[in-house]
Design a protein around this ligand. Structure first.
Ligand code: NAD
Ligand code: TYD
Length: 337
C-alpha cells in the first residue's frame, strides 16, 4: 500500500506510522503534518531516513498541496486535527478550520485521485455524554449529540466523510475511539499532564468533583484496530473502538498514577470544572470484535505503569514541550494554580 497519513507527527499518528512501517515492509507512507504545537518530529526520529517514509510539512486546508501529496496514494489515514477539548473552549476557530474544512479538502482530493480507502479517525465524544451510574454504552448506532466545539467539529467531519460515501461512492471507513493513552501524548491531556506535573513537582488539577468517567484505550491497541479496519473493514462502515476499563473515574486514574509514583493525595488539587464537561464515555466495541476479531490486549493498570515509565525515561521529550506556548496555555487554562 501507498499510504497518506495526515497528522502523523502527533500522538496517535506517530504511533501509527511506526507501527505500520515496522509491520508492513513493502508499504510506503507520506506523512502530511502542519507541525502545530501538537506535532513533533522527534516522535519519528527512528524512521526519518527510512526510504519508505517521507515527511511533508503542510496544512490539510491547502487544496493545492493536498492534491499534490494525494497523487499515487491508495490509502488515506486521516488523523490530523485540533484535538484538545479545553483549547476548543478557549478558541474554537482553528477546530472548525482544520477539523471540518481540512477534512473536506482531503475528501475532495481523495475523490479526484480515486483513492481505494479513506479512513477517518474520529472520537466517541461525537455521541455526547452518558449518565453516571447507568450501564449504557455508545455503539455504532448511537445518535450524535456533541457538546463541545471539539466534538461538534469532529461530528461535522464524520458527517462529511459519510456523505462522500453515500453521494459520491468514495470508499470510506470511520473509527470512533475512546480516550487514548501511551507514549508521545502531548502533556495537555489528563494522563500525561498528571504524570509530568508530578515528575516536575507540581500538583495535578482535577476538574469539578473528579467523578467523570472516560473509557481508556491504549494507543497500540488503537493502531491494531485501525490496521484491521483498513484491511478488512467494510467500506461505508463505522467501528467503535474502546478499552478494558470499567467506569473508572478521573480521580481513580490520578490516584493510580500517584500510587505508581509513590505520592499521596496531597498532590491533587480540585479546580473549577470545564464548561459543558461530559460526565461519562463508555464504548461497546463488540462490532469490531465480532466482525474483525479485535480486542484490547492488556490490562489498564499494566499499561498505565508502562506509560508512566515511558514519561520517566523520556524527560527531555516532554520538558521541551512544556515551555513557551505551553506555559502560556497552562496559565490561561489553570488560572489559579
Ligand atoms: P494530536 O493533537 O496529538 O496530533 C494532531 C496532529 O495533527 C499534530 O501532529 C498536528 O501538527 C497535526 N495537525 C493539526 N492541524 C493540522 C493541519 N491543519 N494540517 C496538517 N496537520 C495538522 O492528536 P491525537 O491525539 O494524535 O489525535 C489524532 C486523531 O485522533 C484526531 O483526529 C483526534 O480527533 C482523534 N482522537 C484522539 C483521541 C485521543 O485520546 N487522543 C481520542 C479519540 C479520537
Ligand atoms: P482530556 O485528557 O482533556 O480528554 P477529553 O476531555 O477529550 O476526555 O480529559 C480527560 C478527563 O480528565 C476529562 O474528564 C477532563 C479531565 N481533566 C482533569 O480533571 N484535569 C485536567 O487537567 C485535564 C487536562 C483533564
Amino acid at each position: 500500500m501507498n499510504l497518506l497519513v495526515t497528522g502523523g507527527a502527533g500522538f496517535i499518528g506517530a504511533n501509527f506510522v511506526l507501527y505500520w512501517l515496522n509491520k508492513y515492509p513493502k508499504d510506503t507512507i507520506i506523512n502530511l503534518d502542519e507541525l502545530t504545537y501538537a506535532g513533533n518530529l522527534e516522535n519519528l526520529k527512528t524512521v526519518e531516513t527510512n526510504p519508505r517514509y517521507k515527511f511533508v510539512k503542510g496544512d490539510i486546508c491547502n487544496p493545492k498541496l493536498v492534491n499534490q501529496v494525494m497523487e499515487g496514494i491508495d490509502t488515506v489515514c486521516h488523523f490530523a486535527a485540533e484535538s484538545h477539548v479545553d483549547r476548543s473552549i478557549l478558541s474554537p476557530s482553528t477546530f472548525i478550520e482544520t477539523n471540518i474544512v481540512g477534512t473536506h479538502i482531503l475528501l475532495e482530493a481523495a475523490l479526484k485521485n480515486k483513492v481505494k480507502r479513506f479512513h477517518h479517525i474520529s472520537t466517541d465524544e461525537v455521541f455526547g455524554s452518558l449518565e453516571l451510574n447507568n450501564s449504557s454504552k455508545f455503539d455504532e448506532r448511537t445518535p450524535y449529540n456533541p457538546r463541545s466545539p471539539y466534538s461538534a467539529s469532529k461530528a461535522a467531519s464524520d458527517h462529511l466523510v459519510r456523505a462522500y460515501w453515500f453521494t459520491y461512492g468514495l470508499p470510506i471507513t470511520i473509527s470512533n475511539c475512546s480516550n487514548n493513552f501511551g507514549r508521545f501524548q502531548f502533556p495537555e491531556k489528563l494522563i500525561p499532564l498528571a504524570i509530568t506535573n508530578i515528575l516536575e513537582g507540581k500538583k495535578v488539577p482535577v476538574y469539578g468533583d473528579g467523578l467523570h468517567v472516560r473509557d481508556w484505550l491504549f494507543v497500540e491497541d488503537h493502531c491494531r484496530a485501525i490496521d484491521l479496519i483498513i484491511r478488512d473493514g467494510k467500506v461505508g462502515e463505522t467501528y467503535c473502538v474502546g478499552g478494558l476499563t470499567k467506569d473508572i473515574s478521573n480521580l481513580e486514574v490520578i490516584k493510580k498514577i500517584l500510587k505508581i509514583l509513590n505520592k499521596d493525595e496531597s498532590w491533587l488539587v480540585f479546580v473549577k470544572d470545564r464548561p459543558g464537561h461530559d460526565r461519562k464515555y463508555s464504548i461497546d466495541w463488540s462490532k469490531i470484535k465480532n466482525e474483525l476479531g479485535w480486542h484490547p490486549e492488556e490490562d489498564f493498570d499494566l499499561l498505565l505503569e508502562k506509560t508512566v515509565s515511558w514519561y520517566k525515561d523520556n524527560r527531555n521529550w516532554w520538558l521541551r514541550l512544556k515551555k513557551a506556548e505551553y506555559e502560556k496555555y497552562y496559565k490561561e487554562q489553570y488560572k489559579n494554580l
